[in-house]
Design a protein around this ligand. Sequence first.
Ligand SMILES: C[S@@+](CC[C@H](N)C(=O)[O-])C[C@H]1O[C@@H](n2cnc3c(N)ncnc32)[C@H](O)[C@@H]1O
Length: 215
Amino acid sequence: MKKLFSYIYPITKRINSDHNGVLELTLVNGRKVLDSKNANYSFGSLQRILEKGLSEIDLTNTNSILILGLGGGSVIKSLRNKFRYSGEIHTVEIDRTIIDIAKNEFDIHESEKLHIYNKDAFEYVKQYSSFYDLIIVDLFIDDKVPLKFYSQGFCGNLLTILSKKGTILFNVGLNESGEEKLKDLLGYFSINNKLTCNTLKNIEGTNTLLIINNF
Ligand SMILES: C[S@@+](CC[C@H](N)C(=O)[O-])C[C@H]1O[C@@H](n2cnc3c(N)ncnc32)[C@H](O)[C@@H]1O
């Protein structure tokens, strides 16, 4: 009934979160989306942006994926349902409320194939000593990527946990005003001549994606 009603009026629920301010869950046209004050977090344009990036990546030999920034878990649903990925996924999320929302509202549950870590992603990549075939970086507080994730230190740590033929899909946010940050990021990744970087700009009219391949 609620679902039917959502085709006439969107139904919104507001939730106070630990790190992301007030979040909004909206049921519109039978579909639930998660938004922060100024941005879509999950199951809307954000999901389409990451799907565009994933469609450029060959997942055939991918057996382990790390997702930094769980949100409502829309990229997990895309990987499982649209890209038919059935391997292991680890995800790191700083906000306990978000993890609860992913579980209770979007059916994202821990299993043998899905591990959820309630941690700061910056610390996680510093300490972790295993390798991932694909690392998806999707870290935002509202519509901004926290500055530490544009740092050389963070990018260097990502590379230490990337497997030999692995790929990083980095949602760097940014629009025209972020050209300098983008140049810095490309510089950090091109230090290593075993990497290639591909930049996809203006996805959904807003976001820039970096795809970094290790050869
Ligand atoms: C756009 S949402 C992620 C959406 C998600 N990838 C999806 O597919 O639905 C951004 C997430 O990054 C998380 N985040 C921000 N800073 C973080 C940090 N330092 N460590 C871990 N997660 C962080 C936020 O709490 C938020 O859940």
